[in-house]
Design a protein around this ligand. Structure first.
Ligand code: FES
Length: 150
């Protein structure tokens, strides 16, 4: 439960009370979760990536005001960005987009950053080009050269 002495700005409260893009994304191809071991809060980010660009983003969260507002604004921040641009987002960008967070709540925005990395890290792992696969692939995929013909 949030400390009633903590004051949030209007932007944070708007994202908390009217979360953008909340709920599951049925056609997501990049899903990541991040949780806090300290408080048990959880953020799940579901993305649809097409042609290296995030075209849809939705979230589900169980957490404090800052965690929910951070996840909400993150769905707006990642949409339209390339995968590399989205991966470059940090919790500082999330806090800035929210117009600031109380100092004690800044670390709650890290869940959004970690959820982006989890979602897109797994996406890149599944979609990396075949020429970047490890070179120690099984022998069947790298048959020895045929002997020279006399
Ligand atoms: S108190 Fe857990 S994320 Fe904010």
């Amino acid at each position: 439960m949030d400390d009633p002495a903590i004051r949030y700005n209007d932007t944070v409260m708007d994202h908390f009370l009217n979360p953008r893009n909340a709920g599951p994304l049925p056609n997501a191809n990049a899903v990541g979760r991040a949780g806090s071991g300290d408080c048990g809060d959880l953020v799940e980010l579901s993305l649809r990536v097409e042609d290296d660009r995030v075209v849809e983003a939705r979230f589900r969260a169980f957490g404090c005001v800052a965690a929910i507002a951070g996840a909400s604004v993150t769905t707006e921040l990642v949409r339209g960005r390339t995968v590399a641009e989205a991966l470059a987002l940090t919790n500082t960008d999330v806090v800035h987009a929210l117009g600031g967070l109380p100092p004690r709540k800044v670390e709650c925005s890290i869940l959004a950053e970690e959820a982006i990395r989890a979602a897109l890290g797994a996406y890149l792992e599944r979609n990396r080009p075949a020429d970047r696969l490890p070179t120690d692939a099984p022998a069947a995929e790298n048959p020895p050269a045929a002997p020279d013909q006399p």
